[in-house]
Design a protein around this ligand. Sequence first.
Ligand code: 13P
Ligand code: SF4
Length: 305
Amino acid sequence: MTTTRQLQDEIMKIKKEKDICILAHAYQNHEILEIADYVGDSYGLSEKAAEAPQQTVLMCGVRFMAETVKILSPEKKVILSHPDADCPMARQFNVDEIKKLKEQYPEYAVVAYINTTTELKTVCDVCVTSASAVKIVHNMKEKDILFIPDCNLGAWVAKQVPEKNLQLLQGGCPIHAGITKKEALAAKEQYPNAQFLVHPECVNGVSEMADYIGSTTGIMDYVKKSTHNEFIIGTENSIVAHLQFEYPDKKFYPLSKKLVCHDMKLTTLADVYHCVKGDAGEEIILPEEVRLAAKKSLDAMLRLG
Ligand code: 13P
Ligand code: SF4
């Protein structure tokens, strides 16, 4: 029987021979993070994508993350680790709906969470990630902003940048937004000594009880700097596992067993092995005019963030 370690060694050997860069979102399983060149949140992954010296990039994450790499680095061969791994939030609005709103409200700038399709990015002015949204919205010259698609992230940003007028649409992450205030109260009651850390994709009733609100990397950095010993983690449960592995003497509790992103979990170590061998995954191909139109909003994100 092949062990995890043997498969990882094989992946490391092939990726070195073929000069492949493996990028992994922090929601991937631990055995994938161990063989990645870089692990991070959406913002960190977009920055690394542009910097990576390798000509081939394997993105272990969801489709919009691989497309972001291709938009920023068209000369690279970009592979998505599993063709079905897609963020359901990315498709909650379409280009025509946003074009219509832009016609109705021409003075509004459109800010899109990076969890959107490439097509949707073509009609947006600036992209943001959870780690960069507050800073970017603050730095924008426009006062009136249409924020798509995540109304929970948008409401969190609006609170911190009160000088801007943010209009929100009813989109959001089905996994994070599915967690109720009642569940958060129950977790806090069960672990009264734990600090409560949440992702801004959670609903306001949950976030308002948090000791810290931030991106996946933000949550991990908060733990690194904290002197506390117990934490309730209000984001995808792989973060609980990674933190528990990194800090075995501290205790980490999932806010809910439901916090599992099945799309992020589609990629297995065996998929990564087949991807580096060249017989799995999907190469990202984007029409050049679509890529260039979408790039403007990502360039603005990197400039303002
Ligand atoms: P991060 O920007 O924190 O990585 O979030 C991405 C995501 O999909 C959260 O659900
Ligand atoms: Fe999309 Fe939510 Fe999964 Fe993040 S956790 S990739 S926002 S479905």
